[in-house]
Design a protein around this ligand. Structure first.
Ligand code: 5GP
Length: 170
């Protein structure tokens, strides 16, 4: 497998992150925010976003596994849980890509059960047409087609996460 084309350039990604950071800064002005990055894929977008947030912000990370089998759909296994209590906090979940939507919808339900003050969802890339369990994405970077993509945090067998652009493998 090799990179066959650049789908979204570094410059386009940088501009979009700035735009979304501005929206988040306006929305949470004067309030506290807990940003929850979903490992591993979101580590790049969380760090780019972090540098542009002008808020009373705390960062935490979670690592989860979703099960897609017919008997276990809807389950998320927590591989690494949050360090902080999110009760009565404004929470922003930051994910790399929204594909079927199962990961984010299950995770949102799980975090809602911990009684945060509010909860919103950020996804850098969205594969809209394949969503099986759609949830509202409050901040979305780019809508893309169903092809498998790498870069900007996204991997293929652990590789390519470091690329500063989004690319298609072939
Ligand atoms: P969902 O539960 O929305 O189907 O899955 C989201 C997760 O699937 C992402 O966090 C990511 O790990 C993985 N994923 C979905 N589509 C892609 C893709 O095109 N490329 C890569 N590298 N991972 C993907």
């Amino acid at each position: 497998m090799e990179i066959s084309k650049v789908l979204i350039s570094q410059e386009e990604i940088e501009n979009k992150v700035s735009e979304l950071a501005n929206e988040i800064n306006s929305k949470y002005k004067g309030e506290e925010l807990v940003v929850i990055g979903i490992l591993k894929g979101a580590f790049i977008v969380v760090s780019d976003l972090a540098k542009q947030l002008d808020l009373d912000v705390t960062f935490d990370f979670m690592s989860i596994k979703s099960y897609y089998g017919s008997e276990s759909t809807g389950q998320v296994k927590i591989v690494k849980d949050l360090e902080y209590d999110i009760t009565d906090k404004n929470v922003l979940i930051v994910e790399d890509i929204y594909d079927t939507g199962l990961t984010l919808s299950n995770l949102k339900k799980l975090l809602e059960s911990r009684n945060p003050k509010s909860i919103e969802v950020f996804s850098m890339f969205v594969k809209k047409e394949v969503a099986q369990d759609p949830i509202e994405i409050n901040y979305s970077g780019f809508e893309i087609g169903p092809e498998f993509v790498v870069g900007y945090g996204l991997d293929y067998n652990g590789k390519y996460r470091e690329l500063p652009y989004l690319a298609v493998l072939a």
